[in-house]
Every structure is written in C-alpha cells, then in structure tokens.
Design a protein around this ligand. Structure first.
Ligand code: ADP
Ligand code: MG
Length: 386
C-alpha cells in the first residue's frame, strides 16, 4: 500500500468508524494534442498523469450513499432510490451522477447496496487536468466492482461523460474520461471520438530523455458556465451551415467552401477543429516514424490555432508557451478546455528546471500571475489500489 492509499484508508476509518471495503483510484490527464475536437467527433491524444483521485468505499446494508471529500467540509447523503440530476448539486454530483448514469444506461441498480465514500486527491482542481474525470472514473471503477457490474473501460468512460454532461451540466466530450480509464505508463491514448475506438500510443519519453512540464496558469476556468459552451455552440452552428452532422466530416479540402459559407468568426472556429484533427493524426504518425522530439512543431501550431482561431487561451498561457519554447522546449501548448487552466511543455529532461525558471521569469517580468510548474509522467489509468 502506498502512503497515499494508507492515508485515504485512515481518513475513511476516521470518518465512518470502520475500514473501507476497498480503495480505487483514477488519474487526471493532460491532452498532448487535439483540443475541442472531442465533441466534434474528431481525434484526441491525451495521457493519464501521475496525479490521482482516490475513492475509499465501504458497502452498507441499506440504500444510502454517504459522501465526504478531503477537498470540502461536511457530508452529503443520498438514496439510491432517488437519484436524479435535478436533485444533485456541488461536487457530489460528479459521484452520484455516475450511479445515475449507470441506471440511465439501463443497468439495474435495484439490488445495489448503499455506500460510504471518502474521496482524496492530488489532482489540482480546476487546473485543466481533469480532476472531474478522475473523480468520476474512480467512482466508476469502485461501483463496478462493488456492485459486480459488467462494464469495460470504455463503457465506464462513457458513463463518466454522461454524469458530467447531465448531472453536472458541462457539455464536454469523451476525452477526459477515456484518458483516465485507458491510460498506460509511458503511453498516450489515441481516441477516435466518432467510433470510440482507442489504442495506446508509445511515447518513449524517458528513452528519449524528455519530460513534460505542466504549467498551471492559476487562472481559474469554469466549463459549465464559461466560453466552453459558446465554442460548442459555434461548432454546432458551423456544422449545420455546412450541411454535416459534425465537423469530423470535413477536412482541409473543405475549408475554402467553409470560408465562403460562414461568418468570419465561425469560420475560424471551424478551421481550428479541422486543422487540429489533422494535427492529432500527424502527431501519431510522427511519434511512430520519428519519435517524440519531432512533434514540437505540431504542438506549437496547435497552440497558435487555439490562440488565434479558437480564441480559448489567456495571456498567461500564451506567454508561458512562448517563453518555454524560447528557453529550449521541444514544443508547448495549452491543454484542456481553455480560458485558463494549464499548458504543457515537452522539454529535454536535463533542461526542465532551467525552462521552468525562464517561464516564471517571463510571467513575472510581464506583471502577470506566475504559474505553478511541475513535471508529470504518463501513467496507469483507473485501478483498484487496496
Ligand atoms: P478540472 O476537471 O479541470 O479540474 P472541473 O471544473 O471540470 O475542473 O472540475 C472541478 C470540480 O470537480 C470541482 O469544483 C469539484 O466539484 C469536483 N472535484 C474535483 N476533485 C474533487 C475532489 N477531490 N473532491 C471533491 N470534488 C472534486
Ligand atoms: Mg473537468
């Protein structure tokens, strides 16, 4: 048992006066490339990170669910007989939403036992590293095992997404949950969001002497109420005007037609999605053919597209990426939904410290809020820990 699993076990015991039946965990994620392509049925290439959310869970004799988190005070109580998105609020909606989404998917929870749940995490919350999916997926694997349900990893990712979309009300795609469920050490997860086919992509970061810096801008984002929904709507409008169900169906060859058919802003939104999809495919090919040192230009082009066409970055992110590249990063780009959150830099491991200092210095010189910078490693997805 790692220290962290022992700590969450002890916290459960302190809260509920008995040992948990088990401890499960799921990681946050970083998206290597492919931003806002998921809900357009396109391609994404995230990886699970070595920051996790743990769920210590104990079975009960009744149908009550009690929830606590080290992230917030107090206890929430709910009944498995009265799960409804309307009746869920606050952070517990991410967990109760998973149970509701399972029932909504046709899974019979009529005999499921109630649960005592204690959540602990070292995924920074609201930093664009998907603490929300980590929470949903940790709950998902725990419920699946405790209630002996027949759900594979991608099915659980889908359930987590439904929880986030319907119980929480954030119109996000499958990216976060797929990464959290399917992650593997030193691999990214390629996901085709149309077919939902996924496969691991070797990154060979260690072998190539590379590391990934996460640069948390410390600018808070808010998916459910922020610009994320506007971009979602822009893409839907663009697809409708172009006569396709989703932007997945158009490619670079269609952009001239799109430019004629769409207003200037919608055109730029569409251009981001179309070119970003291609960059994901090119990144997978480049990784296989030439290794991770060769993907820097694709990362930088993605950052420029998010900044200029999709307009989802903030000055703190733009400057952090520019400063990282200037200081010797292979490539750098915002990761996650945008409007704050984090960016990533692919860096030579021996220069990680120097590049991080250069980024801090650049933000400080510009009078902007300084980021929190740390390295992450591609890690294993959701699992049982105890
Ligand atoms: P992100 O996924 O980028 O971290 P979101 O806004 O999507 O940001 O999700 C953050 C929300 O998820 C928090 O406000 C909280 O409601 C919930 N959450 C995340 N981690 C925890 C945790 N350890 N305990 C309780 N709630 C959590
Ligand atoms: Mg989230």
């Amino acid at each position: 048992m790692t220290d962290r699993v022992a700590a969450v076990t002890a916290a459960f015991e302190a809260a509920y006066g008995r040992l948990p039946t088990g401890v499960w965990s799921a990681p946050g994620r970083v998206n290597l490339i492919g931003e806002h392509t998921d809900y357009n049925n396109g391609y994404v290439l995230p990886f699970a990170i070595n920051r996790r959310t743990w769920a210590a869970v104990g079975m009960r004799e009744d149908r009550t669910v009690r929830l606590r988190s080290t992230f917030a005070d107090g206890e929430t109580t709910a009944s498995l007989d009265a799960l409804s998105p309307d009746a869920m609020g606050g952070w517990s909606a991410y967990v109760l939403g998973v149970a509701w989404a399972m029932a909504d998917a046709g899974i019979d929870l009529g005999e499921a036992s109630g649960l005592d749940i204690l959540i602990d995490s070292d995924v920074p919350v609201g930093a664009g590293l998907s603490s929300s999916a980590a929470l949903e997926c940790a709950a998902g694997v725990a419920f699946t095992e405790l209630w002996t349900l027949d759900l594979d990893k991608i099915a659980l990712a889908r359930i987590g997404r439904v929880a986030e979309n319907k119980a929480v009300g954030a119109p996000t795609g499958l990216l976060d949950q797929a990464a959290s469920m399917l992650g593997e050490e030193d691999h990214a997860v390629f996901l085709d969001c149309d077919t939902e086919a996924a496969h691991p992509v070797p990154l060979h970061l260690k072998q190539e002497g590379l590391a990934i810096l996460v640069m948390n801008s410390n600018v808070e984002h808010e998916h459910a109420t922020g610009g994320y929904g506007d971009r979602f709507a822009s893409c839907a409008n663009g697809a409708k005007a172009l006569g396709v169900a989703t932007l997945r169906e158009i490619g670079a060859d269609d952009l001239t037609r799109a430019e004629g058919a769409l207003d200037e802003e919608t055109y730029r939104r569409v251009r981001h999605v179309v070119t970003e999809n291609q960059r994901v495919l090119d990144t997978v090919d480049t990784l296989a053919a030439a290794g991770p040192r060769a993907i820097g230009d694709l990362m930088n082009a993605s950052q420029a597209s998010m900044r200029d066409d999709f307009e989802i970055t903030v000055p703190e992110i733009d400057l952090a990426c520019d400063a990282a590249v200037l200081a010797g990063a292979v490539g750098a780009r915002m990761t996650g939904g945008g409007f704050g959150g984090s960016s990533i830099a692919l860096v030579p491991a021996e220069k990680a410290q120097e590049i991080a200092s250069a980024v801090q210095g650049a933000l400080s010189d510009a009078g902007l809020r300084e980021p929190t910078i740390f390295t992450v490693a591609p890690s294993q997805g959701a699992r049982r820990d105890r």
